[in-house]
Design a protein. Sequence first.
Length: 545
Amino acid sequence: MNLSETVRGQQSDPTALIRLLLAAVFAVGEILIISLLFDPDWQSRILQKLLYLQYFVRQLALLCITSALAFVIISWPKRHVIVESWLAQVRPGGWHLLLVANIALFVGLTIATVEFSRYTSAVDQPPWGLYSAYLVLLAATGLSLILLVAPFSFWRQLLSHHRLQIAMAVAAGLIATLAGVLTQSGWGGLANVTLRVSYRLLSLYESDARVDYDKLSLGVGDFTAYIDKSCSGYEGMGLVTAFLSLFLWVFRRSLLFPNALALIPIGVGAIWLLNSARIAALVSLGAHVSPEVAISGFHSQAGWIAFLFVAIGIMATAPRLAVFGTNRENITDYWSPNDRLILAFLAPFMSLMAANIIVAASAPYDAWLYGLKVAFIGVCLWLFRDVYLGLMAKVEPVALACGGVVGALWVVTGPATGQNSGIGDWIVAQPVWLAAVWLTIRAIGSIVMVPIAEELAFRGLLYRWLISRRFETVSFSQFSWLAFILSSLLFGLMHQRWIEGALTGAVFALLMYRSGRLAEPIGAHMTANAVIVAWAIASRNWSLL
């Protein structure tokens, strides 16, 4: 019996999505927190003794991540079979204990991270025993996240039925990792150019930017960053080359050759430019925000964000472009109609989240980049306009009235000290015309773009997916308590005031259920945000923006 027959007839469990979302959120949050808590100074004190162990641990982690990404690419044509197997293996009960275990392990890991960093600051010799125990605790925390995604039975079945794909993925990850290691020796050939580009980017907004090509350093004010070999961009260029090469082979029937070969130099150039921008942003963060955040958090996370942005961006768009993709009949192996429908509902929200990351990483200059959110969402709405046209309908007055009430209640229950907020000080400091332009862009984003993106994701996709995995067959008027509560709660968690956000999501969901159309919650959401933005500008309570 093959894998598809094993899971045939199985019904998807809505709690499977909850487990997956929780595992993803916990993984990202735990990695960021540990990165920020870990004291990098201990390495400079006893690095010579722990150099090789640290190096191999890092390379092993890199191999695991790259192999996982390679497996996603290789197994993409069989993704439906794997997902059905996952849904069949994930059971409703038992995972709560795994969640508690992960939280307990992470709390222990957090305490161990702080104490280990503190302990090593007072010793001259590497604490091998403590470090080994720390690595075991780190591995146990990671294992708890893996089991939260799926039980052992799923991973065992995956290994049994996809040995060849897994072996190819590990080989691709190994090649990519080795390529990054081997190419670091060529730092001297690219160092000068990378530093020059980073310095030029930094000079665009930092009046006191400085560079020392002999010492390989870049600085602003009292902060100086010494650029290591891995910061040259070679590692990212090697990873992009390896994964795009794999992508070209696996999806060769969907790509037009030799044009598609140009994707490799395009990806290499893009990741190198983003790496230069990362170095410049790191120096700004260290000079104006926090050296610890710049070195411990942003330094590593920004590199992976750039790699994912380039790799996933090229793989998702190349087959759809006439210059790189073949005719639509062959593209179906790569991107099915159902996949495109899912992407149409999810892409604007994903773009909003990506823009939020980019904007947040640019602090304290994040206000200038708010227009990226509008641009990112706008591009998605244009690309999938054929899907959205079918959702357009006249919005009833009752939906607009509900939106107005929601907006008024949001204002009444909001903070009253917004006039002294940082964004308010920034707006006042700008020329009148520039402040007006920025507020106009902010209003377009808050009133038009964000409501569309959030309603498509939470009411259009998530609500119906929780009822049936074939969400496109679920009517907007079909009610489910689980979908209603969970989608509203997750919507609330996307906002700082999560209780008010969850109640707001519930109102929007009821409007959709009442009318049987997605246009109603979108219209109500737009009206609510319009009330909030108008009051924020009129009263100068900028914290509401």
